[in-house]
Design a protein around this ligand. Structure first.
Ligand code: ADP
Ligand code: MG
Length: 240
C-alpha cells in the first residue's frame, strides 16, 4: 500500500468538504476519481501532498505521516502533480522547464537532467520542442511537457487533477495516451478525470465522490456497468 487515507476530514471555515474519507492505493495501481463538480475531488488530491491541511484523520504516503511530516519539500520530491492548467514557466525553454527542479534541488547535474529530459521528451513525443518556449506550444503539447516536467524528479507516484479539462477536444487524446503509457510502465497514479472512457480502460479502480464522501468504489467494469448506488447511476447517466 503506497497511499492510505483514513477518516480524512477537511473543512474550509464552516464548509466541511471532506467528511470521513478513507481509501488506499497500492503500488503500481491506477485509481481514477470521478464525481460532480464541488464534491471534493481536488481537495482530496491536494491533501495527499499537503497542498491542503487536513483537520482530522490520517494520511500515509510511502511511509510518511503526511499530516505531521517535518521535511515537506523532501516528501514532495517523490510526488509528481499535474493540474488542469499547465503552469509551465513562460520565460524558460521546454528543456529548462524540465531540468530546473532536479538541478536546483541537487538531485542531478545539468547534464544528467538533460539526458533524462531527452528521454522524457521522447516519451511524450516532443523531442523536437526542447529549445522552444511554452508560448509556441499547443495546449496538448504544453500538458505533455507538464507531465514530462513532473516526471523529471523521478517521482514514485503521480497525481493528476483533470489534466485534459482545459484542452480543446482534439488534443485530449494525445495527453491521455501519454498517461496510458505511464500506467503501462507501472507508475502509481491517482487521476481526477471526467474522461469516462479513459477511466474505464486504464483504471484499476474507480472512486465515485459526492458531497465530500466516497459514495462508491469498484473496478471500472463494475462501477460503470452496474453501479450500486442511485447517485452513481444518476451521475453516470448525466455524463455518459
Ligand atoms: P471538485 O474538485 O470535486 O470540483 P473541490 O475540491 O475543488 O471539488 O471543492 C470542494 C468544495 O470545497 C467546494 O465547495 C469548494 O468551493 C470548496 N473549496 C475548495 N477549495 C477551497 C478554498 N481554497 N477555500 C475555500 N473553499 C474551497
Ligand atoms: Mg476539481
Amino acid at each position: 500500500m503506497i497511499i492510505k487515507v483514513d477518516n480524512l476530514v477537511k473543512s474550509f471555515g464552516e464548509n466541511e468538504v471532506l467528511k470521513d474519507v478513507s481509501f488506499h492505493v497500492n503500488e503500481g495501481e491506477v485509481v481514477c476519481i470521478i464525481g460532480p463538480s464541488g464534491s471534493g475531488k481536488s481537495t482530496l488530491l491536494r491533501c495527499l501532498n499537503r497542498l491542503e491541511e487536513a483537520q482530522g484523520g490520517s494520511i500515509r504516503v510511502f511511509d510518511t505521516d503526511v499530516i505531521h511530516v517535518k521535511d515537506l519539500n523532501a516528501f514532495r520530491e517523490n510526488i509528481g502533480m499535474v493540474f488542469q492548467m499547465f503552469n509551465l514557466f513562460p520565460n524558460y525553454t521546454v528543456m529548462q522547464n524540465i531540468t530546473l527542479a532536479p538541478v536546483q534541488l541537487g538531485k542531478m547535474t545539468q547534464q544528467e537532467a538533460e539526458k533524462r529530459g531527452m528521454e522524457l521528451l521522447a516519451m511524450v513525443g516532443l523531442e523536437e520542442k526542447r529549445d522552444v518556449y511554452p508560448s509556441t506550444l499547443s495546449g496538448g503539447q504544453k500538458q505533455r511537457i507538464a507531465i514530462a516536467r513532473a516526471l523529471a524528479m523521478n517521482p514514485r507516484i503521480m497525481l493528476f487533477d483533470e489534466p485534459t479539462s482545459a484542452l480543446d477536444p482534439e488534443m485530449v487524446g494525445e495527453v491521455l495516451n501519454v498517461m496510458k503509457e505511464l500506467a503501462q510502465e507501472g507508475m502509481t497514479m491517482v487521476i481526477v478525470t471526467h474522461e469516462m472512457g479513459f477511466a474505464k480502460e486504464v483504471a484499476d479502480r474507480v472512486i465515485f465522490m459526492g458531497d465530500g464522501v466516497i459514495i462508491e468504489e469498484a473496478p471500472p467494469n463494475d462501477l460503470f456497468n452496474s453501479p450500486k448506488h442511485e447517485r452513481t447511476q444518476k451521475f453516470l447517466k448525466s455524463v455518459l
